[in-house]
Every structure is written in structure tokens, then in C-alpha cells.
Design a protein around this ligand. Structure first.
Ligand code: NAP
Length: 246
């Protein structure tokens, strides 16, 4: 019976785990970093916390006799894809990166593409009210913008003050709806959004809402894709898995 490890934290990882536990009797383990307090329910086994770098992950792959590794971490997870690549090589385990496609700007979108959060902080208009959805760990670059009032949306209510001069927080978990996103932007008189180009449907409604209200979106572009096998959807990942485990 094959053992499959999914590096998770995304909708696609959960979908893949659901599909494989429903369709096969394989051992499916999803690994989470442990960033959110109450992660969504997942089928199969769940383990939480880092492995201790690529060597720690390689050891885990060997100890648990993992046959396949699916790196379904978020497009903006910076370290794990490299660790997964090296660990899979060290342990001799086939690996694939599951990476949903980025959003593409439509003709009415007013996107300002930037390569980093630091750049995003620099290009924010002076004295504006900005909607920030980049995540709790990634607020530091915006600390210098003492002129900007931020509306920060996080999954969990923060336990400590955020490193921003002027802000309010809302704790909400997606998926979101376009109409509600428009109402939120209007209610808080948002003039500008900062978003990572995460792709996927769960957080796209804020982009639709910005389009409807003709608001600019400072769009942080993705980091490079790791080398090796790449699936753009859960279906493509399942095809690859099917090729390897016949
Ligand atoms: P990261 O920079 O790639 O990871 C930092 C460290 O966290 C890794 O070195 C690893 O620790 C541990 N880690 C990451 N993903 C893990 C997983 N699935 N299982 C076990 N350990 C994991 O990633 P990040 O940006 O901090 O994101 C952390 C997690 O949140 C990822 O799983 C990602 O899918 C999810 N997420 C991230 C974002 C985002 O915008 N970055 C958005 C939504 C969800 P060790 O080196 O000790 O193994």
C-alpha cells in the first residue's frame, strides 16, 4: 500500500487529500506548518510542524517509507519547495510541485505589479487607506508607512499588536464573495489594495471587487517556480500520481 506525503496549507492540498482518501486505500499524510490556530478538517493523517530543513524532511520520508511526495504548499511559501526538492533527491522519492496558476489581469483591472512586499510598501499612495491581505508574518515591510491607514485581514485574531503605525484588523477565513468584498471595501473607504498573486478562487473575489470599484491593486508577483515535475491542478497531480503508482 503506497504512502503519500502532501505538504499542505492550501485548498489544493486539501482537495488532493480528499480525493485520494476517497478513491484509494493508500496511507495519505498531510503536513501543515502549524501557522493557523484551527486548521480546516482534513481527511487522512495530519501532522503539524516543521521537519527541521531538507535533511529533517528526507529523514521523515525514509522513516515513514514515503513513496511519493506532493509539494502543495502555497505559491508564496519560500523555503519549503527547495527543501522538498532536496529532501526528495536525498531520499530517492519522486516529487511533484502542485502550483495553481496565477491570476491574470483583465482589461478593467488597475494592477500595479511589484516584485516584492518591500516594493509594494514603497508604491502605496501617500496618506491612503489600504486593504492588506498578505498575511501576519509579512507586515514588517509596511511598518515604515506611518502615513497609511491599513485594514488588515488575517485568518486568526492576532494575540499581539501588529507592527504597523495605523491599522484595524478583521479576522476572516475564505472563501469570500465578490458582493461582500465590495461592501467591505466601501464600508472602510479603501482606496488601494495590496495582494499577493496567489491564484485560485478563494481570495479572488477581492480582486473582482476592486475591479468593480475601479480601485488599484498593488499585486506582488510570485517567486520562481522550483525545478522538476509541475502540476497546475489537482487533476494534473492525480494524473502524475497515477503514472508513478500503477
Ligand atoms: P515557507 O517559508 O516555505 O516555510 C517556512 C518553514 O515552515 C519551512 O522551512 C518548514 O520548516 C515549515 N513548513 C512550511 N510548510 C510546511 C508544511 N506544509 N509542513 C510542515 N512544515 C512546513 O512557508 P511559509 O510562507 O512560512 O508558509 C507556511 C505554510 O503556510 C506553508 O505550508 C504554506 O502552504 C502555507 N501558506 C502560506 C501562505 C503564504 O502566503 N506564504 C499563504 C497561505 C498558506 P522546516 O524547515 O523546519 O521543515
Amino acid at each position: 500500500m503506497p504512502n503519500l506525503l502532501i505538504l499542505g496549507g492550501t485548498q489544493e492540498a486539501a482537495e488532493l487529500a480528499r480525493h485520494l482518501t476517497g478513491e484509494t486505500d493508500w496511507r495519505i499524510i498531510t503536513s501543515l506548518a502549524g501557522r493557523t490556530r484551527n486548521p480546516s478538517e482534513l481527511p487522512g493523517e495530519v501532522r503539524i510542524g516543521g521537519f527541521g530543513g531538507s535533511s529533517g524532511l528526507a529523514q521523515y520520508l525514509k522513516d515513514q517509507s514515503i513513496n511519493l511526495l506532493v509539494d502543495a504548499t502555497h505559491p508564496f511559501a519560500l523555503r519549503m519547495p527547495g527543501h522538498a526538492e532536496r529532501a526528495a533527491d536525498l531520499a530517492g522519492v519522486p516529487r511533484i510541485k502542485l502550483l495553481r496558476p496565477p491570476w491574470q489581469a483583465e482589461s478593467e483591472d488597475r494592477w500595479i505589479p511589484v516584485p516584492s512586499l518591500q516594493q509594494a510598501a514603497q508604491v502605496l499612495p501617500r496618506d491612503c487607506k489600504a486593504f492588506l491581505t498578505t498575511g501576519r508574518q509579512e507586515l514588517e515591510p509596511f511598518a515604515q508607512r506611518r502615513d497609511v491607514a491599513f485594514l488588515v485581514r488575517l485568518v486568526d485574531t492576532p494575540e499581539q499588536a501588529l507592527p504597523l503605525a495605523r491599522y484595524s484588523v478583521i479576522a476572516q477565513r475564505g472563501p469570500f464573495r465578490s458582493q461582500e468584498e465590495q461592501e467591505l471595501l466601501r464600508k472602510h473607504e479603501i482606496a488601494c489594495l495590496v495582494s499577493k498573486n496567489s491564484g485560485g478562487s478563494a481570495s479572488y473575489p477581492k480582486i473582482e471587487a476592486a475591479r468593480a470599484l475601479a480601485l488599484p491593486v498593488i499585486m506582488v508577483e510570485r517567486p520562481p517556480i522550483p525545478p522538476g515535475a509541475l502540476a497546475r491542478s489537482v487533476t494534473e497531480a492525480l494524473d502524475w500520481i497515477g503514472e508513478i503508482i500503477r
